[in-house]
Design a protein around this ligand. Structure first.
Ligand SMILES: [Fe+2]
Ligand SMILES: [Fe+2]
Length: 184
């Protein structure tokens, strides 16, 4: 399996979280119930799975090797992706703050809907850029041995930073939540 295949598989999982955000934005705007506790779990999914498991794999393992193979960081696609990771972190922080100021068990705060909608859009566009620009470039410049090295570093890195069990927990949680939305 190629390094970019692993990351693209994770994108498909992150998209389930985006689906939950879309659902919440709709619901908040239509004054339907969005449970604070459930939304908070999804924010935790974004900070742990999307950020720690996924973005950090890109930042600590893939991007440095791409730089080594000549893809530009400053003023190039890697720099743009790094900047966007930071923007995403800021939006998640802002959502968490807004959620903390929500006094009821159900979300009524329109600010959360605005932030969630911005974050969903931000992630969709980020994933699109990676898959259609950066990962295509990566597959052109990476040697076969680079790929092998990246895949094994991904495993090492993930075990050290998050742990396999936690990774599995977040995948199961977001699968359950997104399946629930589908039947609503
Ligand atoms: Fe990324
Ligand atoms: Fe990504």
């Amino acid at each position: 399996m190629k390094a970019t295949d692993i990351l693209e598989e994770e994108h498909r999982i992150i998209e389930k979280g985006i689906m939950y955000l879309d659902f919440s934005v709709e619901a908040i705007r239509n004054k339907k119930e969005v449970k604070k506790e459930e939304f908070s779990k999804v924010l935790d999914f974004f900070s742990t799975f999307a950020d720690k498991c996924h973005h950090l794999k890109e930042e600590k393992v893939l991007f440095p090797l791409l730089e080594l193979r000549g893809i530009l960081k400053e003023g190039g696609p890697i720099g743009v992706m790094l900047f966007e990771h930071e923007e995403g972190r800021k939006l998640v922080r802002e959502m968490k703050e807004a959620l903390n100021s929500e006094r009821k068990n159900t979300i009524t705060n329109e600010q959360i809907a605005i932030l969630a909608s911005n974050y969903a859009e931000h992630l969709r566009s980020h994933i699109w850029k990676e898959e259609n620009i950066l990962f295509k470039l990566a597959n052109e410049v990476l040697l076969e041995e680079d790929d092998e090295k990246i895949v094994s570093l991904f495993e090492e890195y993930e075990e050290k930073e998050v742990g396999y069990e936690k990774h599995k927990h977040y995948v199961e949680m977001i699968n359950q939540l997104s399946a629930k939305i589908k039947v609503l």
